[in-house]
Write a protein that binds this ligand. Sequence first.
Ligand code: HEM
Length: 474
Amino acid sequence: NIAYPKLKPNEPPMVSYWIPVLGSAAWLGIDPFGFYKKCQKEHGDYYQFLLLGKKMVTCLGAEGNNFVFNAKLADASAEDAYKSLTVPVFGKGVVYDVQNSVLMEQKRFVKAGLSNERLQAYAPLIVKEAVDYFARWNKPFGVENIYKASAELTIMTASRCLLGEEVRSKLDESFAQIFHDLDAGFSPINFVFEDLPIPSNRLRDKAHIKMRNFFLDIMESRRKSGTEDRTDIMSYLIKQCQYKDGRRPTDVEAAHMMIALLLAGQHTSSTTSAWAFIFLAENPHLFEQLRKEQINILGSLDAPLTLENVKKLSLLDNVLRETLRIRPPITNMMRKANRDIPIPNTNYVVPKGSYIQAVPVISQRADQYFDNPEQFLPSRWDKYDKDVKVKDDDLVDYGWGAMHSSSAKSPYLPFGAGRHRCIGEAFAYLQIKTIIATFVRLFEIKLHKGKFPNSDYTTLIPQPINPLVDYVRI
Ligand code: HEM
């Protein structure tokens, strides 16, 4: 028997499913892209499905993206959608454990810590980490797991630049274990159920305390030795920033913000750089082009990879932009409806208590917007407007120091849009481009046995499964 929940009049159509509690979970865990496309074909840009008992209203296309990203605060909340997943990992008093206006201020702190001046200081640190790391690939040729390399390099570079040299110098096995246990808290099950008493959640809670204490100890020792003034974000959080009411973040809040940053940037950047390497390994002719670009634009393959120089590498920019089009690390961006919300230009109303989600990867891979959408073609960005804006209207300031278009009517939104938009984009671009620019000076890779890796869709951020590459030192 197929059981359907009773729908209110005007609710978006419900996707049929066979197992009452599970709903569409099984299909989503195997082939989410196929699932969303098939349902879109059947029902259009707005439909809902049941996921472990929760109603998920899916909003597709540029208009659907805009509906979710620009939902009014009174209508829909990211905090309510994400808090069961994030608060036990990040800790209290930050991100989704505070009112939206406080989150906007906290984003302002971090955004200032990622200023152009600071990014300039980070560039040589990233180069040094990358050169040291790739010195480990010391044979003339060999086979390596490119996701493992990307993940290790991401945590080394992000911790060195953002969290501070003490954190970087302590990235040993015990830190890796703490990170692993904390990270395991980011499991889809914790999105669905609040604080389940399962062993992984107990490990997560212990790891949270250890990580927080680890940051608190560093803050204390910096104060004692009078060395708080650094270029990293820890220094900015404990020394300079202030809420609008004059209050300074407590050390615990600062430690929780650092945990949030570490986790927000780790899987997003590491899977993106891994997929970029995988696409390059599938298209090895691009290595030669990337080297030529450095010689033509920067003068030689020995030119320093400064922020300004890295910004000039537009083919490399396009490689990253195209990777984020086909394999964005965050595929579903969710909000919870605080009240019934009518969907503009339709007869549908989202019922209070449901989740609404944007899935921009569907428009990013739709032939309505991109020719041969499944093909990895960095050169397509030479002719597209980089932001693929449908409409650019008034600019708004969400309070974190950057002006953004009030419209999110774009088919291409790997960093989201609106008040919850990513603030790590410029850092991620610098980090990933610098790592790849360093790599192409040293190696070429191709897919091991020509095998393009599959994605693991059971994790919140889909990761490549065992992506082996054959490398040759040049
Ligand atoms: C938010 C993507 C790297 C910090 C977001 C969102 C997306 C995203 C899609 C919006 C989520 C939503 O609307 O629900 C990415 C991608 C990255 C990346 C694709 C790398 C390739 C980073 C890094 C940092 C960071 C490196 C920190 C240094 C944040 C923060 C938010 C955010 C603080 C705001 C959350 C909110 O306001 O609710 N990111 N991110 N991200 N990201 Fe990133």
